[in-house]
Design a binder for this molecule. Structure first.
Ligand code: ZN
Length: 400
């Protein structure tokens, strides 16, 4: 069966390779294009473009905070990756040895990424569902970074949250469904691979927690119900390109958090905001930096934190939660932020206390909660969560 793993190349370990390949091909097509005009790198064949106006007083976190405080942005886009969920305890499931894989030994996977390859899944869905049991919504809780995104929504300035995570922690933190674009899908819904019938998270949960493979009732259990997580070899959700083309041209502040910005098409979204729109990166390292080759030709292609021409990009290097809490503090939202985070902590604590002995709340307890109990409420629809395997998972789609 391993012969069918055509998506295997999209695995985590290959992401740098993929990227440089795509950059190479970009540069190559650029060369071809310029060749037609007998231009080459270093020639002055293009007019000097004036530097766009700098909207931030200073290119710092404080500068961003002032920009927000002074009401200069009303349409904030947040883009996030695994870094906003690491403090929730979500393991990097792609790294063998994290424990998540221990239960999968018996399946003899050709490689860890095979679990998320659609070709492999169709032949052998069991390993994915074994892993899903541990990652399924309910086992983890939102981080301060998620509550910060919720706060932006409360303040009425969140245009959209684009996330590569499939953990649903933003939803659990209270960000409304319609403001979330899960680029790599989620466990929120699922579909029969045979007849495409839709299933809810709750109906899949029951089966998965009972160590059963969810199958489709409509087609007499011939079809496997696959959660709508985007696998290697699958397209991004259809809503993604539509929203991107609507949202990014009107974005007046872009906040990028916890992502190394190497997976396309997600990574290139940062260049889709207007030229003057300030961009803040909160991450453990500077990511999304401009490609010098492309810049030489005057093409915008990434963040510019350090050059003499910098005018809008700000990097806060550190944990996402820390960056979000500092930013909230500078804007004057410290109190509200603390309230949200404390409420989240209280819920988590309460859940921890009530989960095994009582069944008063929902079926959203980690692992085996639903074995002998009907999840009577399935909880409020806006409160699902999940775990985030997709660090910088690379769906194969190239819609962009
Ligand atoms: Zn079906």
């Amino acid at each position: 069966m391993s012969a069918k793993n055509e998506g295997a190349a999209a695995g985590a370990d290959d992401k740098e390779g993929d990227q440089s390949e795509s950059v190479d091909s970009q540069v190559e097509s650029l060369r071809n294009f310029l060749g037609r005009f007998h231009l080459s790198a270093g020639s002055s064949g293009q007019e000097e473009k004036p530097k766009p106006e700098q909207l931030l007083k200073e290119l710092t976190l404080e500068g961003i905070a002032d920009f927000i405080k002074e009401g200069k942005c009303k349409k904030v886009i947040v883009m996030s990756g695994a870094g906003i969920s690491t403090s929730a305890g979500i393991p990097d499931f792609r790294t063998p040895g994290t424990g998540l894989y221990d239960n999968l030994q018996k399946y003899n996977l050709p490689n860890p990424q095979a679990i998320f390859e659609i070709g492999f899944f169709k032949e052998n869905p069991e390993p994915f569902f074994t892993l899903s049991k541990e990652l399924f919504p309910g086992a983890f809780y939102p981080t301060p970074s998620h509550f910060f995104i919720h706060l932006l929504h409360e303040k009425g300035i969140l245009l959209r949250h684009y996330t590569q995570n499939i953990d649903g922690l933003d939803r659990m933190a209270g960000v409304p469904d319609e403001l979330i674009m899960e680029a790599h899908g989620s466990f929120h819904t699922g579909h029969c691979l045979n007849c495409n019938e839709m299933y809810t998270e709750e109906s899949m949960r029951e089966k998965i927690m009972a160590d059963l493979i969810p199958r489709c009732a409509k087609c007499n259990e011939t079809g496997v119900v696959k959660p709508d997580v985007v696998f290697f070899g699958e397209s991004l959700p259809p809503r993604f390109p539509t929203l991107v083309s609507e949202d990014f041209p009107q974005c007046d502040l872009l906040i990028v958090m916890g992502t190394s910005l190497v997976v396309q098409p997600f990574a290139s979204l940062i260049d889709k905001v207007p030229e003057m729109t300030p961009r803040l990166l909160i991450n453990m390292e500077k990511s999304g930096k401009a490609d010098p080759m492309m810049m030489m030709f005057g093409f915008p292609s990434g963040m510019d934190f350090d050059s003499d021409d910098k005018y809008r990009d700000v990097a806060y290097i550190g944990p996402c939660d820390e960056g979000c809490e500092k930013l909230a503090g500078f804007v004057g939202w410290k109190k509200e932020m603390t309230v949200l985070v404390n409420e989240g902590e209280a819920k988590k604590k309460k859940k921890g206390e009530t989960e095994s002995p009582t069944k008063d709340e929902t079926a959203k307890t980690p692992t085996s909660a639903t074995k002998d109990q009907k999840p009577k409420t399935s909880a409020s629809p806006g409160k699902k969560s999940s775990a985030s395997p997709t660090k910088d998972k690379k769906p194969s789609s190239k819609k962009d």
